[in-house]
Design a binder for this molecule. Sequence first.
Ligand SMILES: [Mn+2]
Length: 510
Amino acid sequence: MRAAGVKRAVLTLGALGILLYIGALLSGGYQQTLVADQELDVPRVMKRFHDLEATVNNLQDLKGDLDIYVKSLEEQNPGLRIARVRHDEQQGLAYARASGWRAATADVVAILDAHIEVHEMWAEPLLTQIKADRTVVVSPVFDRVNFDDLKVIQYQPAAHAFDWALWCMYEGFSPEYTKLGDGSLPGKSPSVMGILVAERKFLGEIGLLDEGMKVYGGENVELGIRVWTCGGSIEVVPCSKIAHIERNHKPYMPDLSPAMKRNALRVAEVWMDEYKHNINLAWNLPFENHGIDIGDVSERKKLRERLNCKPFKWYLENIYPKLDPWDNLLAYGGMKNLDANMCIDQGPVPGHTPIAYNCYYYGPQFTYYRENGELYIGGIKSHKYNDNRCLTDVGKKETKPGLYNCKEAMQKGMGIYWDFTQEQKMQVRRLEDGIGSSLRTLAGVAGGSDLSGDQGISLGATGGAGVVVMVMWSKIGPSPADQRMRMELDRLVSSCGAPLGQHHQDAGPQ
Ligand SMILES: [Mn+2]
C-alpha cells in the first residue's frame, strides 16, 4: 500500500529524489551522500540506509562494504538507482548535502539525516505542499528515537526556531495558526532543524546551502532566513512524520562550538544587517577582531543582492517576532567597583542575591544594560517569552539588592530601573510606592580589603556612606556601525575614560 502511495505521489511530481547524508566519522573522516532516485518503497529503503549507518562503525566499512550494500539494494529493487557521492576529506555538513543535491535529478529533493526512519505516507503531505507552491520548503515532524533503547517518543508538531547563538529549539506555532483549530494544517516556521524537502530547482535558485560553512551548525538557520527573505516560505507539516535518533554525541567533533561560531558569524555577516552583532553578543565575542576566520562570504552577499532579498529587520518583525532584537541594549560586559576592585556577580544559583566577587568576566558576571534602565546579571535571553534576571531594589528596608525575573520584580513593585553613567554611582529610580523614596545607590562592598571570598553588595541613600564608582566594560570597541556600545575594554584596565553618555536622560520605564 505505502509503495503504491509513494509511487502515486511520485508520478504526480516526477521521481522523488532522496538524499541521505551519512555523517562524517570519528577520525575526521570523509563524508558521503547517497542519492536514490526511485519510485519504489521509500520507507523500506530508508530503513535499509539507517541499518547501514547503525552497522557501519569505521571508515573501512564505508568503502568496499558500502559499494556491495548499495549494489544489493539495487538488485533487490529493480528500478532503484542509487548514486553515491564520495568526498576524500571532511567537507562539512552543508557541502556534503549540497553535493547530494547536485547529483539528484528528480523534481523534489529530500535532505535527510542518515539516523532517521520515515513513517508510512510521510512523503505525500510534503509533496502536496510543494505542488501547490514551489517556493515552499517543508519539514516533517520528528518523533524522537532514544539512542540507547530505540524507543520512539512522539513529538507534537511545532515550529523550528533558534536563538542568537543559532542553536535550534522548538516553539509553538503562531497565534493565528492556533486560532484555526486544526492541528493537521501545515504551520509556518522561522527555520528548519536541518531535514528538509523542497523543489529541487527552487532550492538551487535560492542558493541551496552556504557551502562555506564548516562541520556543523547554522546552515539550517541560514536557509530559513534566506528562504523567507528571498521570496519563499517554510512550513512544518504535521501529517508527515519521521523518527529521528537524538544521538548522545555528534561523531564529527567533540566540541561543536568553534564550528558553530564560525558558521553563525557567516550568517550574521551576510544576512543580519544592523543586528549582526547579536551573534557576537550571544557567543561573547568581540564585535571587531574576534580572531575567527569566517572564510569568504562575497558570493553569498552577491546572492542576496541578486535575489533582492528583504532586510533582516523585516524578517524579525514579520516572520520571527518572538526573537528579542536586543536593539535597545546600551552596553554589556562586567560591572566593576573600582574602589573594591571587584565585580558584580549573580551569586549562588538558585538564589536571589548578587555578590561582589573577584573580576573574572565569565557567564555569572556578564552584565547587560538596557536603554529602559533594566540591568541583567548572569546572561540575557534571546526570546521575548523568556524573562531575564533583573538587578532589583527589593524594598526600602532591605539593604541588599536582589536578582529576580524582571516581570516578577515589576509586579511586586521592586525597583528595576537603574540610572548609570560610566564612572558615576549607580542609582535605582524612584518608584511611586515609596520604594527608593530617596534614590538609592548601589554601593559598598563589605570588608572591601578582603578580596578572597564572596562579598556583600548593599544599597544606600544617595550621598550616604559607601558610594562607589561603577564601571561597565565591554570586550568590544566602539563601532560606528553600532552606537549601542560605547565602552572599551582598555578602559577596564586603564583609567576608565569617557563617560558612557547621556543615554539615560531620555530613557525610562515608559
Ligand atoms: Mn540528526
